[in-house]
Structure formats: C-alpha cells, structure tokens
Design a protein around this ligand. Structure first.
Ligand code: PLP
Length: 468
C-alpha cells in the first residue's frame, strides 16, 4: 500500500457488492447448452442481444462504412487514423442528436453543439459530476438505483450519494416528501446538495417516470437551485405505453429558455442499451450550460470514442429508414421477451413490478424469504446462484429499502435459455413449499451447510468484471 494513492487503497469503488460478486460466480461456471448445461445462467447482465441481426444486416448492405470508405468508395482511412479533435466528428454528433430526438418522438430538439461525446454513459455521468460537484458534495438518487453509480458518481470524484427512499407501496414512485427527506438527510450530514440524478427509464425498475414525477423533479431542482441529471440510457427501449417522456421535454414545457433552471438540467445517453453496443463505448452528455459543455468537452480527452466507431455510427444513424425500423422492431422483440419472463414467473407464483421499458424486470420474491431481512435476501440470492443456477441481482445491491426484490434481465440470453431459467425457477419454488410437509428437509439442511460456507470473497485484483 505504500506510495500508492488514497484513491486506490481505500475501498470506495463499490465492487464489494453482491451485484459484482454474482458476476464472479457466473464466470467460474457459465451455462452452455452443450458444454455446461448445469452451469449458471446469466440474468444479471443488462445487455441487449436481441437485435444484432438488424445491425449486421445494415452493415452487410453498407459495407463501405465499416471498411473506412466514403459513399463514393474512396478510402478515408488516413483521415480517421489521424482525426483527434475532441469535439468529435460533426456528422456523428449531428446523427446522434437527431437519433436522440427521434427516440423522443421529435418532441425535443437536441442541438449538436450542446452534445459532448464520451466513452459510454459511465464516462458521461462521471464527467457531469466532475463539472457540477466538489469532493464531498452530494447528489440525491431515488432507490433502487443502478449499482454502478456507487463507482461512477463517487469513486474518482469524491462526491456522495444520498438516497431518495422509494417504496413498493406506491410502485417505487418518487414523491415530494421523499425528495424533501433526502434533502434534509444530506443537510443533517453537512453535505451540500448539488443535484438529483434519476434514470429514466429506471434501471432496475424498468419503468418510465410519469409526467407528474418529472414536473415534481423540475420544480424541486428549480426551487432548491440545484441540478438535475437525467440518465436516459434506456430511452429507446420503451416497448409499452405510456410513451416515453424526457426530462428535456417537460423542462421545455414548464420553463422558458431564459429561466436559469434551463441550464441546470442535463441528459446522459449512450448506445450501449438501445443499440446493444456496450463494447463500442458510445456515450454522450447533453447540457444547455455553456461552461459545462465546454469543460466536459475538454475532459472528454480522457475517454473519447474512437474515430472509426464514430464514422460507422454516423452512417448508420443517418439512415433514417433504418433507425425507424430498428427502433420499432427492437421494441417489439423486447416486449415479447418481457412478456415471456412475466408470464413464466407468474406461473411459478412470482409477480413483477408492472413495467414498460428496459432490459429487465423488477421481481417480487418477498414470499420466498425466510424472514423480512436483507440477510434472508442474501440467503435466497445464494440459493438462486448455487442451487438454482441463476445469477440475478438482489435488491440490496441496488440500495432497495425493502428486502426480497430482485432484478432479472431478459435480453442477454436466447429464448431457449430463458425458458430453461424459468423451468429452474419453477422447480425451485415448488421445492420451497413448507418445510414441515416436505420430504426434502434433510436434503435442505445439508445444502444450507454449503451456503454457510459461502464467503464474500472479494478479489481486490479482480477489476475485469463487466458492470451493467
Ligand atoms: C442507468 C445506467 N447508466 C449507465 C450505465 C453505463 O452504460 P455504458 O455502457 O454506456 O457506460 C448503465 C449500464 O448498465 C446503466 O444501467
């Protein structure tokens, strides 16, 4: 530890969460239909693998874009190899801004000059925190929230997260009193509140914010003189009504451009989910604040999108016929998968929070807990991983306030594998019937011994886990 920075020797990365530990367990024993049919099925990964064929077909019909050629067939290899302007390729920024508008039913007009390109939303979120907060300043986040935020918002910036506590009794909706309570809590801890950060649609809930919630949020940040960051990374995945409403849309309805809150609402976006391209690292932040845009553009030097990726995506996103078809077909596929998961779980006696977006369901397994505690939630989660063979994300890893909720992803696996996962869940639930009447009691207690042996092994060197 000697001569190393405090940043890397303290434990603030947030990786000691069951969310990431589940990943480690999956990687040791991954399911494969042929090679490892008893392995762990990955349902803890918010990846969209449902529409690769559409992207591949576009590339097959447009080979010049991926081969560094312009529409005239001339090579642009040298220009791309040398290109290093951190403002990004203008044609890509325009295409990205238009794609973002298209997702919002063209109700929001994004100006490419206010867009800053970043290596994914991870980088966009962190960059915004660097621009808006000093170390020790706080952002309020509704619970449950994406576990990666503990790393993205806090680790390198030194900022703090204060939870806005949301509950199942109103379907985890954000209320005025929850916002006020979080604000007071931050003040009690002597933290200066710089803003609220929401994900819309929500990861892990899979729900979109209502107009009432968005009104409430804009009014709240306006009154307090703080910022609103709206992470809209799942905005193109909304597969069911109500239709998607962006924070920018509500802002433009409520406030005049001369109002200073106009400069305090910022959007984060990425193609990791809507297009299923997390490996390409294509993200952006959008802000009406000139200084934020200028500083974030300078900071983007630390995490730019490579020029050949920008070139390829500029061509793809400029093809309006393609983007329209892609968005609707991808949403249709997501809807079908979502229905399959919800119906399969219901047959097993498990209900999900009603949702209309995202790549996952927020699943209520409270009735399967041995007690209403987070210890019992982790006990159930271990059973899910080791006994049932499914890596799912426990609600506690998302800072949920109530034990017994889990996030189950449905778009990163094939229909057959999802079918198998549902079968495994169903037989597990059947085997969990009251212990007294079950002949499996002795079997159960021997398995329990196995679980108690389970230790939270956090390999400090294991930084290669993907975090989605
Ligand atoms: C809400 C949210 N924000 C940001 C990210 C990070 O995405 P990216 O791959 O664009 O960095 C994720 C990934 O799961 C996410 O769910």
């Amino acid at each position: 530890m000697k001569f190393l920075s405090d940043k890397i020797t303290n434990n603030s990365h947030g990786q000691d969460s069951s969310y990431f530990l589940g990943w480690q367990e999956y990687e040791k024993n991954p399911y494969d239909e042929i090679k490892n049919p008893k392995g762990i099925i990955q349902m803890g990964l918010a990846e969209n693998q449902l529409s690769f064929d559409l992207l591949e077909s576009w590339m097959a019909h447009n080979p010049e874009a991926a081969a560094f050629k312009n529409p005239e067939g001339e090579s642009v290899f040298r220009q791309l190899a040398l290109f290093q302007d951190y403002h990004g390729l203008p044609e890509f920024k325009n295409a990205m801004a238009e794609f973002m508008s298209e997702i919002r039913g063209n109700k929001v007009d994004f100006n490419a000059d206010n867009l800053v390109l970043t290596a994914g939303s991870t980088s966009a979120n962190e960059t915004l925190i660097f621009c808006l907060a000093n170390p020790g300043d706080a952002f309020l986040l509704p619970t449950p929230y994406y576990p990666g935020f503990d790393r993205d918002l806090k680790w390198r910036t030194g900022a703090e997260i204060v939870p806005i506590q949301c509950f199942s009794s109103n379907n985890f909706r954000i209320t005025e009193s929850a916002l006020e309570d979080a604000y007071k809590e931050a003040q009690k801890r002597n933290l200066k509140v710089k803003g609220v950060l929401v994900t819309n649609p929500s990861n892990p809930l899979g729900t979109t914010l209502t107009r009432e919630e968005l009104n409430l949020l804009i009014t709240f940040v306006d009154e307090k003189g703080i910022h609103l960051i709206s992470d809209e990374i799942y905005s193109g995945t909304v597969f069911e009504s109500p239709a998607y409403v962006s924070a920018m849309e509500v802002l433009s309805e409520l406030k005049d451009k001369t109002d200073d809150v106009w400069e305090r609402v910022h959007i984060v976006y990425s193609l990791s989910k809507d297009l299923g391209l997390p490996g390409f690292r294509i993200g952006a932040l959008y802000s009406n604040h000139k200084m934020v845009v200028s500083a974030a553009t300078k900071m983007s030097s630390f995490g730019l999108i490579s020029s050949q990726t920008q070139y390829l995506l500029a061509a793809m996103l400029s093809d309006k016929k393609f983007t329209k078809k892609y968005l609707s077909e991808n949403q249709k596929r997501l809807r079908e998968r979502h229905e399959m998961l919800v119906a399969g779980l219901r047959e097993a006696g498990i209900e999900c929070l009603e949702s209309n977006a995202g790549l996952f369901c927020w699943v209520d397994m409270r009735h399967l807990l041995s007690s209403n505690t987070f210890e019992a939630e982790i006990e159930l989660w271990k059973k899910m991983v080791y006994q049932v063979g499914l890596n799912i994300s426990p609600g506690s890893s998302c800072h949920c306030t109530e034990p017994g909720w889990f996030r189950l992803c449905f778009a990163n696996l094939s229909e057959e594998t999802l079918g198998l996962a549902l079968k495994r869940i169903s037989s597990f639930v059947a085997s969990e019937q009251p212990v007294a009447t079950s002949p499996r009691k002795s079997n159960k207690s021997s398995k329990r011994k196995g679980f108690t042996k389970w230790v939270f092994r956090l390999s400090q060197n294991n930084d290669r886990n993907r975090e989605r």
